[in-house]
Structure formats: C-alpha cells, structure tokens
Design a protein around this ligand. Structure first.
Ligand code: GLU
Length: 319
C-alpha cells in the first residue's frame, strides 16, 4: 500500500517535471584576455559582464586569462574560444601569414572592433642603470612569453637596435604577472611590455621598486612605424607611473577584439550591438577605456569584419 503511494507520488513528480516549461539552455561564450594583471583580461571580464547583464538570458560569457595575443589568435582558429583580444600588428601578421604565422595564414580570423591603444614599453628597475636600450647588454630582461603580443614587439626593438637576445643579454620568457614580481624581487632587471595605460601591471611594480622607462624612438623605430599602417609614434605622459616624471617617447599598437568566421552571425551581432549600445558602461569600466569612441573603434582592423558585426555597423549607418 505504502509502496503504491510512493509510486504514484513519483509518477506525479515526473509528469510535472516533464510538463514544466524547459528553461532554454544558455550558450557559453569563451572570451580570451591575457595575463591576470593586464588590461586584456579587463576587456574580457568587463565586456563579459555587460553581455551577461543585458543578454544573460541568452548567453553566459566567460572571460579567461590566457597567454596573450598570439595564444588568443591560435585558440580562435582551433575553436577553443569565441572571442579574444589581440594586438592590431599580430592580427595583420596572422591574417597575412607572417612572423609567428609565416606561411600559415589564419584565414578564418575575423575583426569586431578596436579597443584602447597600447604602448610598447621597456621598464627597468632604476638601480639597474638601464637608460637606453643598449644598456640591457649583460642584463636579465623579460621579453615576454611566446603566446604574448609583446614578445614580437620586443624582438623588433632588439633587431632594430642590433641586440641579439641569444648572446647579448639573458632573455626571459615570463608571463607578465611573473615578470612584475621578478622585477620587484630583483630576479630580472627590466621587462618589455605592450599594454594600455594606465595599467596595474606597471602601477603595482612601480609602487614596490623605483623604476624608469626607456625611450623607444630611434630613427630605426620611426622608420618601422612609418612603413606599417598598424603602428603610430606616441608618448606616455610623465606622471602616469610613480617615478616616471618625463614624457616617454615610444610607439603604439591598438588592442582589438577578434573572433573566428565559424562564430555565428547572431552571436557576433548580439555582441557588438550590446557593447555599442552600452559604450558608456564600457568606458567607465576601466581607466584605459575612457577615451573609446565609435569612429576609432571601427579603424585599425586588419582581418575582415565578421558579417554579424558588419550587419550592425551598416544598420547604424557607420559604414
Ligand atoms: N598586449 C599584450 C599581448 O598581446 C597584452 C597586454 C594586456 O594584457 O593588456 O599579449
């Protein structure tokens, strides 16, 4: 008798469960940033937050720390991520099959929009006596992990200054959070980094040790910048970081949000629409995003636009 009641109760529960409207499964969207202390990770986290706030019934955006630009472009090609942040120079090289992608162009790479400018920087511990690029000879300097964007910039700078990373100094391949720590702990004398300003990635070591920054503006650098459309000469204003009071002359790239042709038009459309409709929130979410504007966000894209993004930009009359 008792067993029969349980059976009926269970049957009722099963029927109710089957007739209840099923919540539509949300689509997980993986968004690759870079080192946890950098600005890219903030791009991935903040844009994910905005998507989950406004489109949370449809998507579950997840911002992930990664190895950086090169890692992200390769992960998008493999389908391991849906969106990622990458430097404009790396996008150009990937899509056109040069540098890390020599002879293996990433034809499936697609652009969405540009974010903040990133400066190429050589940051040294003040007591290391590195006042110009040549002073790194005989020193221990981080040039960046192989998946990072900065490693290619460091390699270009070294080539232009005629410095051999295999012979002239001890080159390290650390991710940036390790490099910042290593500078403070005196395990390295300087690091290269290509990053938006202001960034905790520089602010934090600068509060623990005295630092200086080196100008990267030789005629060779200026020539390279002139030749390539994705570089511009710029300066880091004095006072941006503790102990660096003069303007630092250097060059810059643009951080861009990229995807893959296999990501659906609907996902790309929903993403760019929501981000541009809430651009004030994006600007307020990190100091490096303060000056974002639509016009510049649609420039500097070297891979073709994803059709889902293009559809939204055309609807807005932006192209
Ligand atoms: N530009 C760096 C890279 O491409 C990342 C900088 C950041 O984390 O903000 O790897």
């Amino acid at each position: 008798m008792f067993g029969k009641k349980i059976f009926i109760a269970l049957a009722v529960i099963v029927c109710l469960a089957m007739s209840a409207p099923q919540a539509k499964a949300k689509q997980d969207i993986l968004f690759g940033g870079a080192s946890i202390v950098g600005v890219y990770y903030q791009v991935a986290l903040q844009l994910s937050n905005i998507m989950n706030k406004y489109e949370g019934d449809k998507y579950n955006f997840i911002g992930r720390p990664t190895g950086g630009s090169v890692f992200n472009i390769n992960a998008l090609e493999r389908g391991a991520f849906d969106f990622g942040v990458a430097q404009s120079d790396r996008n150009w090289q990937a899509y056109n099959g040069s540098a890390d992608w020599d002879g293996k162009p990433v034809e499936s790479l697609r652009s969405l929009f540009s974010m903040h400018p990133e400066t190429v920087m050589l940051v040294a511990r003040k007591d290391a006596g590195i006042n110009k690029v040549e002073d790194i000879k005989g020193k221990r300097v981080n040039i960046g992990n192989p998946g990072s964007g900065q490693r290619g910039n460091a390699t270009d700078v070294l080539r232009i200054y005629g410095i051999d990373p295999d012979k002239d100094f001890r080159a390290e391949g650390l991710q940036h959070h390790e490099a910042a720590r290593a500078l403070v702990d005196r395990n390295i004398d300087a690091f290269f980094y290509t990053i938006g300003n202001p960034s905790a990635a520089i602010e934090e070591p600068a509060t623990s040790v005295d630092i200086n920054m080196v100008h990267l503006n030789s005629p060779g650098i200026q020539e390279m910048v002139e030749e390539r459309p994705y570089y511009i000469m710029t300066r880091i204003p004095g006072g941006m970081y503790r102990g660096v009071n003069e303007d630092i002359e250097t060059y810059a790239v643009t951080a861009t949000v990229v995807t893959n042709e296999n990501v659906s038009d609907e996902v790309a459309y929903d993403f760019v629409k929501t981000i541009f409709e809430n651009l004030d929130e994006v600007r307020a979410s990190h100091a490096a995003f303060r000056n974002l504007n639509v016009e510049e966000m649609l420039q500097g894209l070297s891979a073709p636009l994803h059709p889902g993004a293009e559809k939204y930009y055309k609807e807005q009359g932006w192209m």
